[in-house]
Design a protein around this ligand. Sequence first.
Ligand code: FMN
Length: 338
Amino acid sequence: MFKVGKINIEKALLLAPMEDVTDIAYRKLCKELGADVVYTEFVNSDGLIRSNKKTEKKLEITNDERPVGIQIYGGNLEPMIGAARIAESKEPDMIDINAGCWVKKIATRGAGAGLMRDPCYLQTMVESIVKTVKIPVTVKTRIGWDNDSINILEIAKRLEDAGAAALTIHCRTRKQGHSGDADWSWITKVKEVISIPVALNGGIFTAEDVVRAFNHTDADAIMIARGAIDHPWIFREAKELLSGNQVSEVTPDERIYTTLRHLRYSLELKEVRAAVIPFRKYYTGYLKGLHNSKEVRQQLYQQLEYAPIEEILLQYLDLLKNTQQLGDSILNGGEYGT
Ligand SMILES: Cc1cc2nc3c(=O)[nH]c(=O)nc-3n(C[C@H](O)[C@H](O)[C@H](O)COP(=O)(O)O)c2cc1C
């Protein structure tokens, strides 16, 4: 059971914190598609205590997406405590501490996964934040720095002692980054030594992976990152499978209208170019498997306004439907088939 504060969900599906991905628009979309809990991207503690406007903007959350966690990161105690206070003032459902980021300039300076190299300090940091804020504090970490220093069992015990309300474990080492196999077997081992909820993260790309992860480990929740960027329908599909139903196919209609809906959510938050240009990263996944999508993507990449994007996509959908009707007709021996 993923029980964190007022959240109480069996087999919870979590949308992972992802820099430049999990903004309000994307979180809202994933929520509508079945994510139970969503997280902001990581927010720099030093930027927050210096009132950096760009950093502060990352704290914005809306009621539509609840329950939502704000993730903060940093290697120094006082700024992290200050940042936790600022994050709490935005009234998220929890604060998540990043103890897993592998990026060199973060991890080698003692933040993110760098915190795993000093478990005692990590414990002190989490304990201090837990004492500072009234809402639940959770931690996202990895299994260790590298294969020779896997210390997740010690870290997990220390974090539970520090008062963490739950842990997410990205089942790779810092050295692995985002590649190589995620070793889910650590989840079961961790569950043997602590009693707070544990979320499994790493290597979940399909609804079948979600079911397999729940079946093979004692995870209370599954957190999905890259698998949701390409395919946000993974949450809905996983729920279908978990409740014993078949996965319903994502239709071309759904692909096109979801793309447009997500883009419109982005436009509610950002200037048109600031929404349209970064949105390009979603086209490959959203249009995957559709006939001739490469050509359509090339056209979409040229656009800087919403209206032509909508026009291209709706025309494309018409074309797909006509092609489908033609195909059906040939198969059924109709007008075109005889
Ligand atoms: C584009 C991108 C941005 C990420 N940003 C964050 C972040 O802000 N905070 C965090 O804890 N992890 C971040 N991660 C790591 C993911 O949350 C996750 O731990 C990792 O991708 C492994 O999960 P996956 O195999 O499902 O992708 C990021 C990953 C990606 C791909």
